[in-house]
Design a binder for this molecule. Structure first.
Ligand SMILES: [Zn+2]
Length: 402
């Protein structure tokens, strides 16, 4: 189970029933279809307890019986699965170029994925919140129109976010001290479900851990690629947040004492070497001739096209950027010893040309045998992680209020 900001904590004495409900729900999620007897055998809970917890979960419409039965020594056992019908969880992302919303059901099935172009760095925070709320309302209307109850909404942003969902600093969005959770909650008319905000890398790591090619890996790092570069770190199945929730700010570790200037005001940061603006500036020097680029996605498309065509100058630049990426990955690999580092965003888009040199650099610098892979979740990893995070209260054993 993964800890997120808004996960309800058990009481001091421990709400044993809630914890047991979470155990049963988790077993069904991972092993469905399964029987009550399977759950008892694998969780160590006695059969009467499992039976009573399953009854509660069926009444709460979190779990349902399938028509299937399994015959064991003559006695048929009714099989259980998560009930995908009654609920939805939403995840959103404020990216440099666009807003994204993803909705999933309790079983993790994707209900919708919508993106709209929006240049948040060029907009006032209030305008961004209004655009985000408008997109959220459309998605909420869609899922509630299907008769679903919304369990929660979590937004990912590139920046430092406190436990209350306030964005302390986002150089990518040019925000400082924006109460995003509060403002979005108000814009949505103070809904009953939890509106949360988290760092984009944390949510992307959550998505990788639940839905990616390395789902279930206990020690996993997701490195976001985009205007910002950050690491979401999962250690022993839990998100590593640090004392103030600021862990994983890999983008502003220096790769070298001297280096390109970074948006944070220092020089030589990881972000200044391998962040998307740095990649565009280095691979397509003509693109910055008329001033700073504000719309990066068309430029990224150009880089990808040139790389596919085998442009030797572009391939040489990407190989060099790959070496810096591998250097950055080796720092996190040596610090937290993950089994795999999964890279997203432009690192994944350009993975075919960045990862060969990145893997070589990682092998040269890292002491362990950490793997390096491109994410298969596409541009929606953060929003998908947001939707996953929004299920945390239910997955920790709370029963939904319907
Ligand atoms: Zn920096």
């Amino acid at each position: 189970m993964i800890s997120v900001h808004n996960e309800p904590q058990p009481t001091e004495l421990g709400d044993v029933r809630m914890a047991n409900r979470a155990v049963v729900l988790r077993h069904v999620r991972v092993h469905a279809p399964c029987s009550r007897a399977d759950i008892a055998a694998h969780t160590g809970l006695n059969k009467a307890t499992v039976s009573s917890l399953v009854t509660e979960l069926i009444e709460g419409r979190l779990v349902r019986e399938t028509g299937l039965t399994e015959h064991r020594i003559g006695r048929p056992a009714t099989m259980l699965v998560l009930d995908g019908e009654p609920y939805a969880a939403l995840g959103m992302e404020i990216g440099g170029d666009e807003l994204t919303v993803v909705a999933i059901d309790l079983a993790g099935t994707r209900l919708l994925t919508w993106r709209r172009a929006f240049a948040a760095p060029a907009a006032a925070p209030g305008d961004t919140v209004r655009a985000l709320a408008a997109l959220a309302r459309r998605a909420l209307n869609r899922v509630t129109g299907q008769g679903r109850t919304v369990l929660g909404l979590t937004v990912g942003v590139p920046g430092l976010v406190d436990a209350a969902g306030r964005v302390e600093l986002s150089t990518a969005l040019r925000w400082r001290g924006v109460d995003l959770a509060g403002e979005l909650r108000a814009a949505l008319g103070d809904p009953e479900y939890v509106v949360g905000v988290d760092n984009e890398a944390n949510l992307a790591a959550l998505a990788e851990h639940r839905h990616g090619a390395y789902a279930g890996t206990g020690h996993l790092v997701h490195l976001t690629g985009g205007t910002g570069v950050g690491a979401g770190i999962i250690c022993a199945g839990r998100l590593l947040r640090g004392g103030r929730g600021l862990a994983g700010e890999l983008g502003h570790l220096p790769l070298a004492a001297e280096g390109p200037w970074c948006a944070c005001g220092r020089s030589g940061c990881v972000e200044a070497w391998v962040g998307l603006p740095a990649v565009i500036a280095r691979v397509l020097p003509d693109s910055v001739a008329d001033g700073p680029v504000t719309d990066f996605l068309p430029e990224l498309d150009r880089v990808e096209t040139l790389a596919r065509q085998g442009d030797p100058a572009v391939l040489a630049q990407l190989a060099g950027i790959g070496r810096h990426l591998g250097h950055a990955v080796s720092m996190v690999a040596n610090l937290v010893d993950p089994e795999v580092v999964v890279v997203g965003g432009h690192f994944a888009t350009l993975g075919a040309w960045l990862l060969p040199t990145a893997r070589q650099e990682l092998a040269d610098r890292a002491v362990g045998g950490c793997r390096l892979a491109a994410s298969v979740l596409g541009a929606q990893a953060t929003a998908l992680g947001g939707a996953t995070a929004a299920l945390a209260a239910i997955e920790s054993g709370r029963l939904p209020a319907r």
